[in-house]
Design a protein around this ligand. Structure first.
Ligand code: ZN
Ligand code: ZN
Length: 300
């Protein structure tokens, strides 16, 4: 139902760093993007962090070709995750943990408030059931610590500038927004790419072949005789993979005719002869004058 237009609007709606919405928010607003997200996380999103625990966002720079063809890119993140030193237990490895006598190790305490008997989390051990006497030196007993992790982001072929994916890192999830650099050769419009091809006047008139840089290989382009300036040659399926459907976009080659600024004397006389025979010219051609019969002739 949602076409590429809706998709793009959806992505633009993704606000900046300062006011990043909760994950559920993005998912409902960006339905077409489930597929992108899905590729990164085979695990369920059920254990996603609460709203108070905002996921971290990162920016990843990609070259035009990396975005077009996809790439596995290494990336370092600083993320709060289960402390590796104590394995999340909170006590310094090798030290003993005291059984909480207050709650008998259950982590729950019973409070008698007149007619009611309430059960709540043990205040002494915070529900752990045990008391840490020697806290882990890395996380100071919290069981969670900031960690530098190297992750490989499998950037799917066809990502666009500003698109965001999320992926799990340990027990957390991070958002990665892509910044795609411009290409000196290609311009991009969704899955389609555009490039310019400069050809000579003779090539334009007589036709021929020319070599053009393609996204995947060098392409031999057939120029039909009489091609016009700014005419487009469409190379079907030579564009970028479509990210939310099957197949590839197209490569459009925009023909530009390079007009020579200098001519040899032979070329000069040939082009004047050509101009003599030319009809339907609006105005005049330098060096060519009209004869009384309406024919053109070179002016010497
Ligand atoms: Zn620790
Ligand atoms: Zn306790």
């Amino acid at each position: 139902v949602a076409g590429p237009q809706a998709e793009r609007r959806c992505l633009r709606a993704f606000p900046g760093r300062s006011q990043s919405p909760g994950a559920a928010d993005i998912e409902t607003r960006c339905q077409p993007h489930r597929k992108i997200f899905g590729e990164f996380s085979s695990s369920s999103f059920g254990d996603f962090q609460g709203v108070f625990d905002q996921p971290q966002e990162y920016i990843m720079e990609l070259t035009f070709n990396q975005a077009a063809k996809g790439v596995n890119k290494e990336f370092t993140v600083n993320i709060m995750d289960t402390c590796e030193r104590c394995d999340g237990k909170g006590n310094e490895p090798g030290t003993k943990v005291q059984h909480c006598h207050y709650c008998g190790g259950s982590g729950m305490e019973t409070i008698n408030t007149g007619p009611f008997v309430m059960r709540s989390t043990c205040r002494r051990c915070s529900g752990r059931g045990s008391i840490i006497t020697t806290p882990c030196v890395v996380c100071r007993g919290a069981g969670q610590a900031k960690q530098k992790k190297r992750v490989v982001i499998p950037v799917p072929a066809g990502v666009e500038d500003g698109q965001t994916v999320r992926m799990p890192v340990g027990k957390r999830e991070i958002f990665v927004t892509f910044r795609v650099q411009k290409s000196p050769v290609f311009r991009r419009d969704g899955a389609d790419i555009h490039s310019d091809l400069f050809i000579s006047v003779a090539q334009a008139i007589l036709g021929g072949t020319a070599r053009a840089q393609g996204l995947y290989e060098t392409i031999n382009v057939t120029i039909p005789p009489g091609i016009q300036a700014d005419q487009k040659i469409r190379l079907s399926g030579k564009g970028i993979p479509r990210i939310n459907s099957y197949g590839y976009g197209d490569h459009y080659i925009h023909v530009k005719i390079r007009v020579p600024k200098r001519l040899t004397s032979r070329q000069q006389s040939l082009i004047l002869s050509y101009a003599e025979d030319e009809t339907d010219v609006e105005g005049t051609v330098n060096g060519v004058t009209h004869t009384s019969t309406g024919k053109r002739s070179t002016g010497n």
